[in-house]
Design a protein around this ligand. Structure first.
Ligand SMILES: Nc1nc2c(c(=O)[nH]1)N[C@H]1C(S)=C(S)[C@@H](COP(=O)(O)OP(=O)(O)OC[C@H]3O[C@@H](n4cnc5c(=O)[nH]c(N)nc54)[C@H](O)[C@@H]3O)O[C@H]1N2
Ligand SMILES: Nc1nc2c(c(=O)[nH]1)N[C@H]1C(S)=C(S)[C@@H](COP(=O)(O)OP(=O)(O)OC[C@H]3O[C@@H](n4cnc5c(=O)[nH]c(N)nc54)[C@H](O)[C@@H]3O)O[C@H]1N2
Ligand code: SF4
Ligand SMILES: [Mo]
Length: 746
């Protein structure tokens, strides 16, 4: 039996597995068996970790390098040798660099491996040493919540350590589903403990999620995309009933009312003006909000009173509500509520926002050195298809930073541990059209373990080994004080290599092999990184030898005195100002005001109707909102082909009986879900666990277009839009309208 980290895909968790081996073959996988305490809880795996054998020994694992023979995307390949493959990759890198320059090279977003020594960072290091590549910033995960949180607090380290949740009396789980969507291993467990200690838990989600069922006292099925309206009405009740913490607001924030506007902005609309409707003539009453978000006015008023008077309280944001059209607004609106209720900087409270763990943002950073990028240009992570078709036209209005304008279109994609090229990016049919055009991107190399929809679009596919077949190291996801070792426990499948080894081989062919490896293999890098952790964060970290000898798996630092974010600032805001322009919580942002786009980027948080909405013209043709939630069965698209998980959690569209009946649809029948961007055919599940007017198709299923272009795999991105949010340039993949109808095979 060997203790190791669960292969570190981007699942939101970090867990310990006990792997049982017989004659070099995994016979069983079990969970953490270390002592379990609140200070250092066990890292208990989910069904995906437990079912990993089916992925590890899947017959479809890629076994040798492949070169495309048909049209790009057609899926025709021939087997080639490693030498030929690596020579080809190196020569294409050199050719494209020679012809266009380094800024035409790009390593797209991809989160398949968080093993420090594998995944996309190995390619980033390669291209940085090769003279650089177009960079990106921001993520598909937290595109709006990260920059929006920064506008309010100047930092994303806004979260108390989770042991402190036990001090909370009231928890609003807003679009947050930690019992299914892992958000740090054990987050659901800490909510459960808080509830056992008397906290009331309310879940606001259009779906009756596993979290609502397992953890909540009340479920509020809110209409998607309208949370900022309900939040505004909560503020209305708190203000008009004098339930808010006026002292805290006065001393710790700017922009709440006319008494505290930043200099030069005294005449601008304050937050209170907006809530009371002083300028737009629309008071944001519970009645007003009811018509938008579909939550009864009396429920809104009650939640406002509960949240304002039950102390301390937490309004915890998930990320589903910000992967949307105006995702920036809802995040800022929630931050303001945390301030209004005075829950910032106190035990059991919560400064709503991204919530990286206090005191220092937690672990969760990259130790493997990718080095400086000599190319200074960087784009928002979501806008890479734009940079393929019109890079040279892109400047600050498209979120380009580092240079006034891009000097290239993207011409070469180096893809590692990513299914974002096709499956996970928005508007799959559009992306497929762009990538099929070989005059746009001239070369695509993909490191993969399976022939994913993305790998199908590669010119060369290089077979990567799995996590069990190489060395690795990982730490927490937003939370946790653990370092997890992932020793090599299996021999790689013949002819597969780690991402690190592949990149090192390419570097050698490009003439800087030594510089790339610094003489280290994976295991030696791991020792090097343990040293870094030891010097910067965990002085007591054991040596690699001790770790292996004792079969430790994980090293944890118990949290006995949980940190509270903004404690100092709360005590003395003058001495410990926030890193915002005013040093205070910015309810009104002078910087956002300066962008001069008040309709889409207002200086105080507002509800704005989404561009695809049940209230718009588009609803006539496509009356249903569709959500692609993060599914228990998969890590995005990873585990799509895991038969155990698929049997337990089949891919279906979830629809309310009201909407199903109207369409004559019954559970198990095939339906067509479509809009102007595409159509998919999949079975449906009629259920009361979703509010009427909304359907859900779990994101991540592999795209499988039939000969007519209808997707048979159930990939919601066939329906999603490439349009980005106005301030963060973020993905808005949850904001879509669709129609559903019964489907019969012709
Ligand atoms: N099992 C599993 N866990 C995961 C992942 C996974 O693939 N599988 N992926 C991980 C990663 S990388 C990330 S970034 C996170 C993502 O975490 P999230 O972005 O939080 O996950 P989602 O499922 O998209 O959304 C959370 C909930 O929000 C609801 N929702 C959607 N739109 C709205 C809305 O407008 N208003 C409200 N109130 N609710 C809404 C959805 O129904 C869903 O239940 O999950 C992580 N955890
Ligand atoms: N509609 C919709 N789309 C979404 C989302 C949504 O909520 N709705 N969520 C978005 C979010 S938050 C995210 S983070 C992205 C995630 O999108 P991706 O980052 O593309 O994640 P995966 O789909 O898991 O794809 C990772 C790939 O890496 C491969 N892989 C695993 N381990 C290794 C390894 O060690 N080496 C190599 N070379 N390959 C490996 C896996 O086989 C898999 O194909 O999806 C985004 N897309
Ligand atoms: S939550 Fe993530 S790390 Fe934990 S067992 Fe599941 S897949 Fe593995
Ligand atoms: Mo994500």
């Amino acid at each position: 039996m060997i203790r190791t980290g669960c292969p570190s895909h981007n699942c939101g968790g970090r867990c310990l597995l006990r792997v049982y081996l017989k004659d070099g073959v995994i016979t069983r996988i079990d969970g953490d068996d270390r002592p379990d305490t609140i200070e250092a809880p066990q890292l208990r795996p989910c069904p995906r970790g437990r079912a990993y054998r089916r992925r590890q020994y899947h017959p479809d694992r890629l076994r040798y390098p492949l070169k495309r023979t048909g049209r790009r995307g057609e899926g025709k390949f021939e087997r080639i040798s490693w030498d030929e493959a690596l020579d080809l990759v190196a020569s294409e890198l050199s050719r494209v660099k020679e012809k266009y320059g380094n800024s035409a090279l790009f390593v797209p977003y991809g989160t398949g491996s968080y093993n420090q020594i594998n995944g996309r960072q190995t390619a980033t290091r390669l291209l940085h040493l090769f003279g650089g590549c177009l960079g990106f910033y921001n993520s598909y995960s937290w595109a709006c919540i990260t920059p929006a949180t920064l506008t309010v607090y100047g930092t994303t380290t806004t979260g108390n350590q989770r042991q402190d949740w036990l001090n909370s009396r009231y928890i609003l789980m807003w679009s947050w589903n930690p019992a299914e969507m892992r958000d740090g291993t054990n987050s659901d467990y800490f909510v459960k403990l808080a509830r056992e200690r008397g906290a009331k838990v309310v879940c606001l989600d259009p779906r009756l999620t596993p979290s609502a069922i397992a953890l909540a006292d009340e479920w509020i099925p809110i209409r998607p995309g309208t949370d900022a309206a309900m939040m505004s009405a909560l503020a209305y009740v708190m203000i008009t009933e004098n339930l808010y913490d006026a002292d805290f607001i006065r001393t710790h924030s700017v922009g709440f009312d006319e008494t505290q506007m930043p200099p030069g902005f005294e005449a601008e609309e304050t937050y209170k003006d907006y809530i009371l409707g002083r300028r737009d003539g629309v008071p944001k009453t519970p009645g007003w909000a009811e018509n938008i978000c579909g939550v009864p006015a009396e429920t809104i008023a009650r939640i406002a009173r509960e949240y304002a008077t039950t102390k301390p309280a937490m309004l915890y944001l998930g990320y589903g509500l910000q992967r949307r059209a105006y995702g920036e607004q809802v995040v800022r609106a929630a931050c303001v509520l945390a301030a209004l209720t005075g829950n910032i900087g106190v035990h059991g409270g919560w400064a709503s926002g991204l919530g990286n763990q206090a005191p220092d943002g937690g672990p969760f950073w990259l130790v493997f050195p990718v080095g400086e990028n000599p190319v200074k240009a960087s784009i928002p992570s979501f806008l890479w298809t734009e940079a393929i078709i019109r890079g040279r036209e892109m400047g600050p209005e498209d979120g380009v930073v580092g240079v006034p304008k891009l000097d290239n279109n993207i011409k070469l994609l180096y893809v590692v541990a990513s299914n974002c090229l096709i499956n996970q990016h928005a508007n799959t049919n559009r992306t497929a059209r762009i990538l099929s055009d070989e005059s746009l991107v001239e070369f695509i190399v993909v490191h993969e373990q399976f022939m994913t929809p993305t790998a199908r679009f590669a010119d060369v596919v290089l077979p990567a080994c799995t996590q069990f077949e190489t060395w690795g190291l990982e730490d927490g996801w937003k939370y946790g004080d653990e370092v997890i070792l992932m020793p090599k426990i299996l021999e790689p499948l013949p002819e597969t290599k780690s991402d690190y080894t592949i990149c090192a081989e390419v570097a050698k062919r490009l003439g800087f092999g030594e510089k790339y490896t610094e003489g280290r293999d994976e295991k030696q890098w791991l020792e090097w990184m343990l040293d870094v952790y030891r010097q910067t964060r965990f002085p007591d970290l054991p040596s690699l030898d001790e770790w292996l000898e004792k079969n430790l798996g994980v090293w944890a630092r118990p949290v006995t005195d949980p940190a509270v974010a903004f404690e100092d600032f709360r005590r003395d805001p003058e001495k410990y100002p926030l890193p915002t322009p005013s040093g205070k919580i910015e309810i009104f942002s002078a910087r956002l005001h300066g962008l001069g786009k008040p309709a889409e980027i207002p200086a105080v948080p507002k509800y704005i109707q989404e561009w695809e909405s049940p209230f718009g013209e588009e609803a006539r043709k496509y009356p249903l909102q569709a959500i692609g939630h993060h599914y228990l069965a998969r890590v995005h698209s990873t585990h799509h082909n895991n038969d155990w998980l698929r049997e337990a959690f089949p891919q279906r569209v979830f629809i309310n009986p009201v909407d199903a009946e109207e369409r004559g649809i019954k559970t198990g029948q095939m339906v067509k879900v479509f809009n102007e961007r595409g159509a998919l055919i999949l079975p449906c599940r009629v259920t009361l666990k979703i509010r009427p007017g909304v359907v859900a198709i779990p994101q991540g299923a592999w795209w499988e277009p039939d000969e007519r272009g209808l997707d048979r795999g159930g990939n919601i991105n066939v329906l999603t839009s490439e349009r980005w949010s106005p301030y963060a340039f973020g993905n808005t993949q949850h904001t879509i309208m669709v129609q559903v109808e019964k489907y019969e095979e012709k």
